[in-house]
Write a protein that binds this ligand. Structure first.
Ligand code: ASP
Length: 322
């Protein structure tokens, strides 16, 4: 059976004659999407090619594009009405504001969020820690959250990790190195278990790397790939990407890319995805299907072919879930 890659290679010679929109769609098929989406697209493309046999290249291409759009539309409708009504997320940009104690600015929000979801205990994922131990990380988080009535137990001490995930009242994922975190979760084979637990209603709290992991992939992290995960696919709890610690500043005399330039590169390669540049001291909250921004700063949103948007806490963010 023809693979999507082979089909696209065959279309290559005609690629430059396509409209920008169609080019984007083709690029998106190659570069973007979760493994599940990719598999569906690949299957549809292969079936379409088989069915149409020797018909003209552009007919086939059009059909693939149409199938892809159809899939995207139905996905948007279903997820807004069904999937997201149960999903409860608190996605925090950074753990610590400059000059403050660890988790100081957000620990009250974490406690209130969990309480409002009926959870008093969280299963903690400490694997983003690299230069200190998981025991230390657990202790540090416990010290800040226990006084607010949140019990924290780290998964690294649990005997049966898949069982602990499936029974967790809440999932909490701490920051650090995003690649280290994802690799550990993949090595334990827990990606799908966490996703399904959160999709069935367990609240999820993440900060920094923990917020990166709530996205379809970790491709908009700021971290260096110090270890190599199997792939970049993460929990896929929201259909957009987050860049935590989003920064506007660019030191004078520094010739490297700005954060915005780096994200412009991401959207050029992944034109279907929105990216939310979440500035420090800010967080996104998803409850009852409604996504809201909290904090003192606006959020900068990027999408291919559109100028960046500056969104305030009062603005509707529902388009990010479509
Ligand atoms: N290293 C960051 C954190 O978890 C994540 C990031 O910047 O993407 O604190």
């Amino acid at each position: 059976m023809t693979t999507l890659k082979e089909a696209i290679d065959r279309f290559r010679e005609n690629y430059n004659k396509l409209s920008d929109e169609d080019k984007n769609m083709i690029d998106g098929i190659e570069n973007d999407g979760t493994p599940e989406e990719y598999a569906v697209t690949k299957k549809e493309a292969a079936e379409t090619i088989k069915r149409l046999g020797k018909k003209g290249t552009f007919d086939r291409l059009d059909t693939i594009i149409a199938a892809r759009s159809k899939m995207k539309d139905s996905r948007a409708q279903n997820e807004v009405s069904d999937s997201y009504s149960k999903v409860q997320l608190l996605l925090i940009s950074n753990s610590t504001n400059a000059g403050e104690e660890y988790l100081e600015y957000c620990r009250q929000d974490i406690a209130e969020f969990l309480k409002s979801c009926g959870a008093s205990k969280a299963l903690f994922f400490p694997f983003a820690a690299v230069t200190f131990s998981c025991d230390e990380y657990e202790r540090k988080v416990q010290e800040r959250l226990q006084p607010l009535g949140v019990e924290v137990e780290s998964i690294h001490r649990v005997g049966d990790a898949p069982k602990a995930v499936s029974e967790a009242q809440a999932i909490m994922v701490g920051g650090g190195n995003t690649f280290h975190l994802l690799k550990a979760i993949q090595d334990l084979n827990l990606t799908e278990a966490v996703r399904s637990r959160v999709q069935s209603g367990a609240p999820y709290v993440g900060w920094s790397a923990g917020s990166n992991l709530a996205c379809p992939t970790i491709c908009t992290t700021n971290d260096m790939p110090i270890v190599e995960p199997k792939n970049f696919s993460s929990f896929n709890l929201v259909p957009f990407q987050i860049n935590p610690h989003y920064l506007d500043a660019h030191p004078t005399g520094h010739a490297g890319e700005t954060r915005e330039q780096r994200l412009q590169e991401y959207i050029a390669a992944n034109p279907r995805r929105y990216v939310a540049g979440l500035r420090e001291a800010c967080m996104l909250r998803l409850t009852s299907g409604k996504l809201t921004l909290h904090g003192e700063r606006s959020m900068r949103v990027f999408k291919a072919g559109q100028p960046p948007l500056e969104l305030q806490p009062a603005d509707s963010l529902q388009f990010l879930l479509a």
